[in-house]
Design a protein around this ligand. Structure first.
Ligand SMILES: CC(C)(COP(=O)(O)OP(=O)(O)OC[C@H]1O[C@@H](n2cnc3c(N)ncnc32)[C@H](O)[C@@H]1OP(=O)(O)O)[C@@H](O)C(=O)NCCC(=O)NCCS
Length: 179
């Protein structure tokens, strides 16, 4: 999808293997010169939970300036196991942060996830950034997270199919590649 933003050429598209190096470097610099997120992406790409269409990049004037990855996880309880999505990570080039690129990636990621028929997207993230995209504290809906010890307000979920939060209860399980 190509759009012209105040005269700036912006392209949002599915990541391909030519992007891998740029995506690695992008997360490395956005996360303060640490490799953890870039390495996580490499592991997710090789895993069963990877969904090609949900690894999305954004280019501005031909340069890769943002990336979001949404992949599969599970919510389990004694009666059921339900496939859900987890959003991790998202990064925008530090030189162009706060110009709406993160918002575009979030909206496109959510739109595609809906289109693919998923019901819930979870994340662990900053409690002031994600609520504008519909994310709410997940524990309020009978959803639990034990793998990461995080406060209630950073463990969030958004319902992308009506009624899903009513139906799905239990513990969110991130796949092994996250650890
Ligand atoms: C989080 C991130 C992806 C947002 O991208 P962005 O393009 O800067 O976001 P947008 O331009 O759409 O939105 C900017 C707004 O979000 C807020 N915001 C940006 N990063 C934030 C953060 N980490 N926590 C809370 N709010 C944040 C800004 O204050 C800004 O609000 P304002 O417009 O009222 O000033 C980007 O800041 C980033 O790459 N951060 C480093 C990596 C990271 O922390 N990723 C998220 C964890 S997986």
């Amino acid at each position: 999808m190509k759009t012209a933003d105040r005269g700036v050429n912006v392209l949002i598209r599915t990541e391909n293997h030519h992007d891998y190096k740029n995506v690695f470097n992008l997360h490395y610099s956005a996360f303060g010169n640490r490799e953890d997120e870039s390495r996580l992406i490499e592991r997710i790409r090789k895993s069963d939970g990877f969904i090609r269409e949900l690894s999305i990049v954004i280019e501005q004037e031909g340069l890769l300036v943002g990336h979001i990855l949404i992949s599969k996880a599970k919510v389990m309880n004694e009666q059921q196991e339900k496939e859900v999505l987890v959003l991790a990570p998202i990064a925008v080039d530090p030189q162009v942060q706060r110009s709406g690129i993160g918002k575009k990636l979030m909206e496109e990621g959510i739109r595609r996830s809906k289109e693919l028929g998923f019901g819930l997207i979870f994340l662990i993230g900053h409690p002031t950034y994600y609520p504008k995209f519909g994310f709410k504290p997940a524990r309020e809906f009978g959803l639990e997270l034990k793998q990461y010890k995080v406060p209630d307000d950073v463990f969030m979920v958004v319902e992308i199919r009506n009624g899903e939060l009513e139906k799905v209860k239990g513990e969110l399980l991130y796949p092994e590649v996250f650890f």
